[in-house]
Design a protein around this ligand. Sequence first.
Ligand SMILES: NC(=O)c1ccc[n+]([C@@H]2O[C@H](COP(=O)([O-])OP(=O)(O)OC[C@H]3O[C@@H](n4cnc5c(N)ncnc54)[C@H](OP(=O)(O)O)[C@@H]3O)[C@@H](O)[C@H]2O)c1
Length: 274
Amino acid sequence: MTGVKAHFPAPAWLVGCGNMAGAMVHGWQAAGIDLSSVTAIRPSGRKVEGVETSSALPAGAAPGFVMLGFKPQKLDEVVPSLAPSVGQGTILVSLLAGVSAATLRKRFPDARAIVRAMPNLPVAQQAGVTALFAEDEDSEALELVEALMVALGLAPWCPDEAAFAAIGAVAGSGPAYVARFGEALAGGGERLGLQPDLAVAIALQTLVGTATMAAATGEAMRDIARRVASPNGTTEQGLAVLDAPDGLQRLVDRMLDAAIRRGQELAAEAAARG
Ligand SMILES: NC(=O)c1ccc[n+]([C@@H]2O[C@H](COP(=O)([O-])OP(=O)(O)OC[C@H]3O[C@@H](n4cnc5c(N)ncnc54)[C@H](OP(=O)(O)O)[C@@H]3O)[C@@H](O)[C@H]2O)c1
């Protein structure tokens, strides 16, 4: 892909702008992207900082860009009013977990291009991962979506929806998993007698420090672990627990399988409705 400048084709509608789309707005603001043509549409009408906010679809010109940022279960509630505005000048980006490109194409048959995007919450800090998938071949539209997502962090294109689902399971949901591990590390520190605040602070700094070090040096995770664990030392005993046959990798595999299964259920439900 080429280096297209990130911008929003006007007018741009963020249909549903809660946790996730709101985090993206934050990231785009931080990246200095012009949001003057963007309207966030949310039934509550609650203000989204940095963009126009409306409780209903704006009247007037058809949108050049629409991003679906509501829950997948709301798709059929939203389609009847939105689909007539999504025409051949509209690039449609969907954040809806588990709703396939084919299902979206059925609901929005006239869209210029449809891109599935699966971001994660650190997009707000421009440190996100956003998986991208499209069946359409409008390279100008795809390059523009890529430029907008690259402004928020890593944004890999997926060759198929299985790879897209895999990145969603690992990275889309990932902050929840990493946060749980941080919480468990802090909880463990507390159990060993540390004050709760201190336990939380050192767990957080250990996560940040390890990630910063790995990103800065490019050192493999396995090598970092090896470097911390001296032979017959304390860390090695701790790692042996994680490395047991029913240890961390097994647990992570079960965790990812459960998330993938739920994505498949959502996809089947969305396809059945259409
Ligand atoms: N959270 C994540 O980490 C994450 C990661 C990847 C993908 N996603 C995807 O992002 C989407 C949104 O998730 P979220 O966590 O941001 O949910 P959320 O915080 O609950 O936000 C949902 C948004 O949808 C709006 N909404 C509800 N009904 C609507 C309707 N009929 N028409 C238009 N907008 C409507 C809500 O409006 P109000 O603000 O007025 O209530 C809210 O702004 C989901 O499809 C999810 O699969 C989320």
